[in-house]
Design a protein around this ligand. Structure first.
Ligand code: XLS
Ligand code: NI
Ligand code: NI
Length: 437
């Protein structure tokens, strides 16, 4: 077990709910079988390279505060190598089965794309070596098309065709390395694919170009034999005022409109759902019932703040919602639950990386057990079935089987007396959930 950067942190084991050891799981017991699968296989937890290995804790009002020994190494490639060592130490100690990265998280840019690609290859080879003696696998790769100044107007939706070309070349390489590392998915998050004002924007061209870009990307994935899922990650705003991948509903309409919906699924994030004015459950449900649920960015936003705080999930209620949907989707594989989450700025010590992940992993583990008990019990599902039972026969059956028309529905209604409704019982339903929690 590597022990270079976190000498105070042991391998994190399951000790049970009574444990007061901060470096132990209280509820996440990876080998425990729930609903026919181990917790490890249900969750498919993943570490986000950017938040843990790159993030400094800087915010718009203050400088970086995080104590991260590898970040003080001045040679960029040496630092990149140290970050790989630090990542595998975190993965091994937490027993995390997956990780995710942006191309530019793992290796620095050179002066040309050719040089940048060479840097990337060096680090990818190093990662492949580490993966030989580790169980950790790549959940997804992605390309960072938003930090460098060239992406000031976006990437695929930039007004500058040279930038479109650069972005395509960059994504081509990012897909290749994701494939080389055996990635299960590839993610498109349009970091600046949107606009700040329509008064300088050709919206039609930008949307058409985004579709062209995604089409070319999926053609290229097929060309290199990458059979992982291609995922679009919706987000309504930030950094642009209006992001085109606004929410699940918008992305669905976009993909269908451009006939791309059979090539992509969705990577749904809690904080983005909240920013779009939805619950996470709403976004997961909408993706699930349209057979578009691909993977989850498992974090939590602050309901009092209007930006993407990317917090570690500690709300049990949130976790129950998530696992209730995931269980009903039949699982999240080949996607997973990626901790696209950073520690609060005041949690700046290296060991907080472990405490934060333990907190989130335990929260989802409890969420899983609670959701499983809810589904086994079936009270809510029976209530819903009963609530819609008018569609099982009579006029309801005619409606859902497509036999009814406005004429037959008028005939049915014209001479009938008052309609009877029954209560939706929201308060009771929510108290049933509390009984399970
Ligand atoms: C930012 C996004 C980003 C994606 C990966 O808000 O969540 O982190 O998950 O590019
Ligand atoms: Ni994300
Ligand atoms: Ni985010």
């Amino acid at each position: 077990m590597p022990n270079e950067f976190f000498p105070n942190v042991p391998k994190i084991e399951y000790e049970g709910p009574q444990s007061d050891n901060p470096y132990a799981f209280k509820f996440y017991d990876p080998d425990k079988v729930v609903a026919g699968k181990t917790m490890r296989d249900h969750m498919r937890f993943s570490l986000a390279y950017w938040h843990n290995l790159i993030g400094t804790g800087a915010d718009p009002f203050g400088v970086g505060v995080n104590i991260r020994p590898w970040l003080s190494i001045s040679d960029p490639m040496e630092q990149a190598r140290a970050r790989v060592r630090a990542m595998f130490e975190i993965l091994e100690k937490l027993g995390l089965p997956y990780y995710c990265f942006h191309d530019r998280d793992i290796a620095p840019e050179g002066s040309t794309l050719r040089e940048t690609n060479r840097n990337l290859d060096t680090i990818v080879n190093l990662m492949r070596e580490y993966m030989r003696s580790s169980d950790a696998r790549l959940l997804w790769g992605t390309a960072c098309l938003f930090i460098h100044p060239r992406f000031v107007h976006g990437a695929a939706t930039s007004c500058n065709a040279d930038v479109f070309a650069y972005a395509a070349a960059q994504v081509k390489k990012a897909m290749e390395v994701t494939h080389e590392l055996g990635g299960s998915n590839y993610v498109f998050w349009g970091g600046r694919e949107g606009y700040d004002t329509l008064w300088n924007t050709d919206m039609k061209l930008e949307l058409d170009n985004m579709a062209r870009f995604l089409g070319m990307a999926s053609d290229y994935a097929a060309e290199i034999g990458f059979s992982g899922q291609l995922l679009v990650e919706p987000k309504p705003k930030e950094p642009t005022t209006h992001q085109y991948d606004y929410d699940v509903g918008n992305v669905l309409a976009f993909l269908r409109g451009y006939k791309l919906d059979d090539r992509f699924r969705l990577n749904v994030e809690q904080n983005h759902a909240v920013l779009a004015g939805h619950t996470f459950q709403h976004e997961i449900r909408l993706a699930r019932i349209n057979n578009m649920l691909g993977s989850l960015d498992a974090n939590q936003g602050d309901y009092l703040l209007g930006w993407d705080t990317d917090q570690m999930t500690t709300s049990l209620y949130e976790a129950v919602m998530v696992m209730y949907e995931v269980l009903q989707a039949g699982g999240i594989a080949p996607g997973g639950m990626n901790f696209d989450a950073k520690l609060r700025r005041a949690s700046f010590e290296p060991d907080d990386i472990f405490r934060g992940h333990i907190a989130a992993m335990d929260t989802y583990a409890r969420g899983l057990e609670i959701a499983d008990r809810m589904l086994q019990d079936g009270t809510l599902e029976r209530f819903i079935e009963e609530r819609y039972s008018s569609y099982n026969d009579g006029i309801g059956k005619e409606i859902v089987s497509g036999k009814a028309s406005f004429v037959t529905l008028e005939q049915f209604t014209l001479d009938r007396g008052p309609i009877e409704n029954s209560s939706g019982r929201r308060e009771w339903v929510e108290s049933v959930i509390n009984q399970f929690i």
